[in-house]
Design a protein around this ligand. Sequence first.
Ligand code: SF4
Length: 511
Amino acid sequence: QSETIAANIKRAVAENNLANEVQVIKTGCFGFCEKGPVVKMVPDNTFYVQVTPGDADELVLEHLVKGRKVKRLLYVDPETHTAVSDSKHMDFYKKQLRIALRNCGFIDPENIEEYIARDGYSALGTVLEQYSPEKAIEVVKASGLRGRGGGGFPTGLKWELTRKSKAEQKFVVCNADEGDPGAFMDRSILEGDPHSVLEAMAICGYCIGADKGLIYIRAEYPLAIKRLKIAIEQARKYGFLGNDIFGSGFNFDVTIRYGAGAFVCGEETALIHSMEGKRGEPTVKPPFPAQCGYQGKPTNVNNVETFANIPVIFLKGADWFSNIGTPKSPGTKVFALAGKVNNVGLIEVPMGTTLREVIFDIGGGIKSGKKFKAVQTGGPSGGCLTEKHLDLPIDYETLVANGSMMGSGGMIVMDEDDCMVSVAKFYLDFTVEESCGKCSPCRIGNKRLHELLDKITLGQGEEADLSRLRNLATVIKDTALCGLGQTSPNPVLSTLDNFPEEYEAHVKEGK
Ligand code: SF4
């Protein structure tokens, strides 16, 4: 639909003889999915929502020709019932801080000059001209940036470990194999701002001593792939990829590898195997990819969102970045906010923002005036948090201490009508399907766990099944080989902890 809207606006602009004055640009996502498609007029920043192809003529005639806002397409504040024309004044955006998403919705991702106009590739130039690799790694370490793919490992330390591994050949890998149900953070960054990832990969290559970068991306992301390909070609043409970048003697180039959509390939050892043409199965660590990764060479793997933060850290400084968020989790996090919340969309908030702020201020509360029941953070690897957790600050440690995890950024909200046992079963359905089958705790244990949940939700469970569930979940967590299996029982354990009465009701009432 957005394509048709853009085409119709372009046609209307031409018909009104404005083609020399008005540019129609397709950007990446603005994040406000609930109100999309969005058309933004600049320079006055009027933000039109839920635009249809049929609105194009009116938008051009009223806004561009007559200089009047089209009131019916403006966002209406649900509390004050007044029309808001600038996104800066919308509750959805007020508490957000967009660092990784800074260019999404602002630039044409298919035009490198728009990225350059927003300081694109100047971080790379500064690093190559003014920093030794060691000094650049110190900057990343001082920023406190942690991996946004789920684990939260310190990025600078990861780079340092790969730098210290001695080898003729090293690799930089960008993990764009986003697999959480309902999550689309990485896709959105690649669709809206692919150059920021390429620039960061080149900086990483310089730091660790690699001249080759690989982006492992799901083949189901055709627009992201298309824009990445265009971005790589343009970056080569402008000399930001290739040989002797900025006349520094540093060579770096990027190629794309396609994933077939297996969730486990988000795990870095499985991802590397898949890139090598082998089965996408994890292996025991150590050795870590920093020592022995792609083709047996030292390899640094970071995800898309982690990389998207890197150029800004060099432009604005490690201190600037580390002062955002919390002391142990600096910076921001992108979340795909979904489920029973009014403002479904992609958001970016400083670490330390509370779940209440995310769900009620940014998310606009629960749909249809229903009561909040729970929120699942961390996708199928995370856990369900409840009313009592709403004022907890979102950071890596706090989420884990309360039975969930950050994960890559999926956040699904449940209301009073949702059965939490069925929610746990839904997530387990996913992990059973996605288990690679290499180790028995995950391959067999999760199947048995699923059978127990099936029995309980069909009203055929017995009291003893509840302790069986907990025991089995704990064994899987302690013994599975990789992160997928180790975290797969989290939805079961967290719902058992926070909603025991729902399990008991199924067992006692036989429903
Ligand atoms: Fe495969 Fe699951 Fe074992 Fe991970 S935990 S290696 S996904 S079977």
